[in-house]
Design a binder for this molecule. Structure first.
Ligand code: PBG
Length: 328
């Protein structure tokens, strides 16, 4: 490989040549759109920190879900904002009144073939805003992982009963996948896959989401259960554990500052990997585009292609409907 015999610019000379040698693709088939379900009726609340994203009530979300399905997006990921919060997040396993259970029934009857993935976590449902039950150790409040697993299992079965297609535990609770898998299997839900947020970092990029889902911790932070951004081996340990516990798809989150993790997970385990392009990553491009500093479409597509190049099979992104339109 020597110049002048080798000239790498030859294959970049025109769009057709570039297309011919392109290694990575962005396709609507691999996209998941997150949706925020708000209690009440006739609600479509704009989320100020996330331009063009909304909180939807159950009665209004079905129409939007139909549009998502018609755009070819195969799946939505549901987050709930319940009417009432309590210390243990009991809305999450309420078969009759639970916000997600109601949303599932409405969505599965309105758009049966749209995959409904549910967030299995307590943070949007607890009054303290943490992802698990609290207990005290030496005078400070900490997460009780073992007690939380029991509640997550209840939440998971209740979601499955209401029609969830895939369950996505996101709390970084030790043992959550094993306990959810066992509960599903004992309750005739052997066929329901688990998409685990195995490698979830304690990130500043979740800021806008916490406003959108009204799930910010009321004291402290999540550094005692989410991974320290300076580490990568721990992410691989987490992923290995979750695969051994029965996870079918692995999520890496956030995505853009963690492409190395996406790559290591993919090359080490060869399982389906989803990269979660989180709220802060979405908001950054939107803000820069509004100021005229970035071309929104080009920057969004480039970010998502970079995650596919890193090894992500699936992209969870608030831009899913935009991308679906752009790719048409
Ligand atoms: C927790 C959860 C969070 C996100 C998804 N699930 C927030 C957190 O851990 O604080 C963040 C998603 C985003 O920022 O887009 N249930």
């Amino acid at each position: 490989m020597n110049f002048p015999t080798t000239r790498l610019s030859r294959l970049r000379a025109n769009p057709a040549l570039r297309r011919l040698v392109r290694q990575t693709t962005l396709d609507v088939s691999n996209l998941i759109m997150p949706l925020f379900i708000h209690h009440g009726n006739n609600i479509k609340n704009p989320i100020p920190s996330m331009p063009n994203q909304f909180q939807w009530s159950v009665d209004r979300v079905t129409e939007f879900a139909r549009q998502i399905y018609d755009l070819g997006i195969p799946a939505v990921l549901l987050f709930g904002i319940p009417a009432r919060k309590d210390p243990i997040g009991s809305d999450t396993w309420d078969d009759q009144q639970g916000i997600i259970q109601n949303a599932l029934r409405a969505l599965k009857s309105a758009v049966p073939d749209l995959l409904c993935i549910t967030d299995v976590c307590l943070c949007e449902y607890t009054d303290h805003g943490h992802c698990g039950l609290l207990t005290e150790r030496q005078g400070s409040q900490i997460i009780d992982h073992d007690a939380t697993c029991e509640k997550l299992a209840l939440q998971a079965i209740s979601h499955a009963r209401a029609g969830a297609d895939i369950l996505a535990p996101s709390g970084m609770i030790d043992g959550a996948v094993a306990s959810i898998r066992a509960a599903l299997d004992e309750n005739e839900f052997k066929h329901i896959p688990i998409m685990s947020y195995a490698a979830k970092y304690a990130s500043a990029f979740y800021g806008p989401f916490r406003e959108a889902a009204q799930g910010a911790p009321q004291f402290g932070d999540r550094k005692t259960y989410q991974i320290d951004p300076a580490n990568s081996d721990q992410a691989l340990q987490e992923v290995k554990l979750d695969i051994d516990e029965g996870a079918d798809i692995i999520i890496v989150k956030p995505a853009l500052s963690y492409a190395d993790i996406v790559h290591r997970v993919k090359t080490t385990f060869n399982v389906p990997v989803a990269a979660y392009n989180v709220s802060g990553e979405y908001a950054m491009i939107k803000a820069a585009a509004e100021k005229g500093s970035l071309d929104e479409k080009a920057a969004t597509i480039e970010s998502l292609i970079s995650l596919r190049r890193a090894g992500a099979d699936i992209l969870i992104t608030y831009s899913a409907p935009d991308i679906a339109q752009w790719l048409k």
